[in-house]
Design a protein. Structure first.
Length: 214
């Protein structure tokens, strides 16, 4: 226990850093993922092509490589930001590709007649998608989105290699201070377990509430 009690502040900062990365990158990925999913089912060919390219490239690019591309590539175009912001952008963009596919799968569960009825009433594609299709698709995508955000929380560990404060990175100073590396990783694992179980609990509640409402 001394590994935890002697370094409670350090573990706390690391845990809070992981929570922040998960929340901010998760919010970004949800917004971008839903938009790109809309592109993928859009009647406009150029938007469909963009959506397909976005998902194909990001889903098949190693996350570490994407971190290097963002942290080293964007400054070359004059965009200099704190490493934490770059990490959020990399995590959010990567996760948005998986969110997009989850949302698109949910959209495909909505009967075609729903969209046709909306269009017959004079609704535009955007109105049909946002007011008719997405609300019905939401119940089907809660579980896969929850799983994707849990993966995001664990993927945030990569940010520690780029000087971003997060949970996994706490092992470095503790190792230098001579603390047991085994117990250090045990408490780090407990921290990630707290984060992932919290996300799982939130989405379980959402699933139950949406199920009851339906």
């Amino acid at each position: 226990m001394n590994v935890l009690t002697d370094n409670y502040s350090l573990f706390g900062k690391g845990l809070w850093g992981t929570v922040q990365l998960t929340l901010l990158a998760g919010a970004l990925s949800l917004v971008v993922g839903v938009i790109v999913a809309g592109f993928r089912v859009s009647p406009v060919k150029a938007l469909r092509a963009f959506g397909t390219a976005w998902v194909t490239v990001l889903r098949n690019t190693p996350l570490t490589l994407l971190f290097f591309a963002v942290l080293l590539g964007l400054p070359r175009f004059g965009l200099v930001l704190p490493f934490r912001v770059f990490a959020i952008l990399a995590l959010g963009a990567y996760t948005s590709a998986f969110i997009c596919e989850a949302v698109r799968a949910g959209i495909n569960t909505v009967p075609l007649g729903q969209g046709e009825a909306a269009r017959s009433l004079g609704m535009t594609f955007t109105q049909t998608l946002s007011l008719v299709v997405l609300p019905q698709a939401a119940r089907a995508v809660i579980s896969p989105i929850g799983s994707t955000l849990i993966a995001l929380a664990k993927n945030s560990a990569i940010a520690g290699s780029f000087s971003v404060t997060e949970l996994l990175g706490t092992y470095k100073p503790l190792n230098e201070l001579g603390y047991s590396i085994v117990w250090t990783f045990v408490w780090i694992a407990v921290g990630y377990l707290i984060v992932t179980l919290t996300i799982s609990a939130v989405f379980n509640v959402l699933e139950r509430k949406l199920g009851v409402a339906r």
